[in-house]
Design a protein. Structure first.
Length: 202
């Protein structure tokens, strides 16, 4: 799902960076009052887990790749705002050090994986959690990656409206294989809920 440099149009780059700046300002404003060393450790731990799992990529047609995102898991365990920070840290390290995702596309990649995936996964898990933690985790993981992948496809399509193929490919692939994200998310959440339920925000 990491979009490289040279793919997005200037308009899409500018719009996504502007949206990212707005969300980042809201996030840092909210967490500045509650930040602590223990919370920093918890955030770092989730960031490391997501970073490692995201390193496994499968190239797919349309100029991008498919991989575990971890947005829903970050949102469920850390809450949406700190989950966003954890994901943003991962994306920054990947772009700056490992060249996984371009700097010009960082705004789009962050909106997709650190905003849409985190917040949609968090909200859906919160809505379904009272029935079944596993079902809530699976559904939130699946939907979060499906929405993020579809938005990525929309960004690619808007940057090159001549072909709608990237949008179709991204939407279908992520919807089809989002079950893997859902299963990993559900398994992780159920495990953490049994072993250390106090660390889950939802």
């Amino acid at each position: 799902m990491h979009i490289p440099d040279g793919v997005l149009s200037i308009e899409v780059i500018a719009l996504t960076y502007l949206a990212l700046a707005g969300v980042a300002y809201a996030a840092f404003s909210r967490i500045s009052r509650i930040w602590s060393s223990s919370l920093a450790g918890k955030t770092s731990s989730i960031a490391v887990v997501v970073f490692v799992t995201q390193m496994i990529n499968w190239p797919i047609p349309g100029g991008t790749s498919l991989h575990f995102v971890g947005g829903a898991l970050s949102g469920i365990i850390l809450g949406p705002w700190i989950g966003f920070i954890a994901m943003l840290i991962v994306l920054l390290i990947q772009a700056l050090i490992f060249h996984d995702g371009g700097l010009t596309a960082l705004g789009a990649n962050a909106i997709n994986m650190a905003v849409v995936a985190v917040f949609s996964g968090y909200m859906l898990y919160r809505a379904l959690n009272k029935r079944s933690a596993w079902i809530a985790g699976f559904t939130s993981g699946w939907l979060s990656v499906s929405l993020a992948g579809t938005l990525c496809g929309i960004e690619l399509w808007l940057s090159n409206p001549i072909s709608i193929t990237p949008l179709i490919v991204m939407a279908l692939w992520h919807a089809a294989l989002g079950g893997i994200e859902g299963a990993i998310t559900a398994s992780a959440v159920v495990y953490v809920k049994k072993k250390a339920p106090q660390v889950i925000e939802v």
